[in-house]
Design a protein around this ligand. Structure first.
Ligand code: ZN
Length: 373
């Protein structure tokens, strides 16, 4: 089988490429080596045995050439992170995906399946349980609420505090950030295209993915990478709100295994499918695990700041993909250990977060709780 992995130099794409090569596939990678992520150019982990094309996903002729003689497309190329570049998000993610699909049909290519990287961010706030109303799907918390220092997720019907429960695929799709909007675009484009062309597709909704090769240069993505570089620079990890937000953190090799499964079974075709650990970890717990593993103990900083639009709790219900044989294999402690082994071998682990924070603050993307209200 012959695969095209777009974004194949990145965290998830490169692990998919490695796994496919081990499984005997031939692999072509298309990646533009975005400077934000790949500050030092082409990474050494791109395998010699893979065919590498350095090009932007929006480059029609390069994508056309990359799609020749491909059986399965793993579409991982995205623009991501916590950043205000609205137009670029839409252009890379939405337009890039639409054009890729258009080329396959225009050129009458023999592609047998397209798997697209979606995200649990399509849900915004995770599912929750209200004592009175059972499972509810709250919207993102209003900035005015967070300004008052009220971080709870309230029931949309009665306003009571709720408790977090895993979010199933049937939950409403909201798209309350530009990133989420473009992820919804991508999965709808792909799944609708299957209806039109009969070519099978799967949209995998990844939870927060971490692991070796996660960019240490990008101050906007990945709580584990950011906490590691902060501690290695003797700086405190920074908590927004109170640090009791929970995340579903999934080790990148588990995400890669889910992709291989989606490529080799037809049981997921035509569906959006959650992939994650299925488990909740608080931001505080993540900081503690990293501190313990590094043996660097610096009291985290919680300065009463919040990020408007941030999700409080989002844990993926992974029963759908479990039913076809997926099981996460690397737990959080082991995964953090694997990441630290990698990051210790990197020459440059400067703290890029410190420079990024004032920029986010000046754009209102990090704000202070108003204690006098
Ligand atoms: Zn209620």
């Amino acid at each position: 089988m012959r695969a095209l992995v777009t974004g194949g130099a990145g965290l998830i794409g490169s692990h998919i490429a490695d796994l496919l090569l081990r499984e005997g596939w031939s692999v072509r990678i298309l990646d533009n080596l975005e400077a934000q992520t790949h500050r030092k150019g082409k990474p050494a982990w791109i395998p010699e045995s893979a065919d590498f094309i350095e090009a932007d996903i929006r480059d029609r002729s390069a994508v056309t050439a990359a799609l020749r003689d491909i059986d399965v497309v793993f579409h991982e190329a995205i623009y991501g992170g916590y950043m205000p570049e609205l137009a670029k998000f839409v252009h890379v993610n939405s337009f890039g995906t639409a054009q890729l699909l258009e080329i396959i049909r225009d050129e009458n290519l023999a592609v047998k399946k397209v798997i697209v990287a979606s995200s649990q961010a399509v849900y915004s706030e995770g599912a929750a349980n209200c004592q009175q109303h059972g499972v509810v799907f709250p919207a993102v918390r209003p900035a005015a609420q967070l300004s008052r220092g009220d971080f709870a997720v309230h029931c949309p019907h009665c306003g009571a505090d709720t408790t977090s429960v895993p979010t199933p695929e049937e939950a409403p799709i909201r798209g309350e950030s530009v990133y989420a909007i473009t992820k919804i675009d991508q999965e709808r484009l792909v799944l609708t295209w299957e209806q039109q062309t009969g070519i099978p597709t799967v949209a995998l909704r990844y939870s927060c993915t971490y692991g070796p090769r996660q960019s240490v240069f990008n101050p906007y993505t990945g709580v584990i990478a950011i906490f590691c570089t902060r501690l290695l620079n003797n700086q405190p990890p920074v908590f927004y709100e109170d640090g009791f937000q929970t995340r579903d953190l999934c080790f990148v090799e588990d995400i890669a295994r889910a992709n291989l499964l989606a490529a080799t079974t037809d049981a997921l075709d035509g569906q959006a499918v959650n992939v994650g650990s299925g488990k909740a970890a608080t931001i505080r717990e993540v900081a503690r695990l990293i501190s313990d593993a590094l043996n660097i103990h610096i009291e985290p900083s919680a300065r009463g700041e919040f990020r408007p639009g941030e999700i409080r709790h989002l844990i993926s219900d992974i029963r759908r993909i479990r039913a076809v044989g997926f099981a996460p294999e690397v737990d959080l402690e082991a995964g953090i250990g694997r990441y630290l082994d990698w990051i210790r071998a990197q020459a440059d682990v400067r703290d890029y977060f410190a420079a990024a924070e004032p920029v986010l603050r000046s754009k209102g993307m990090v704000r202070q709780v108003q204690t006098n209200v």
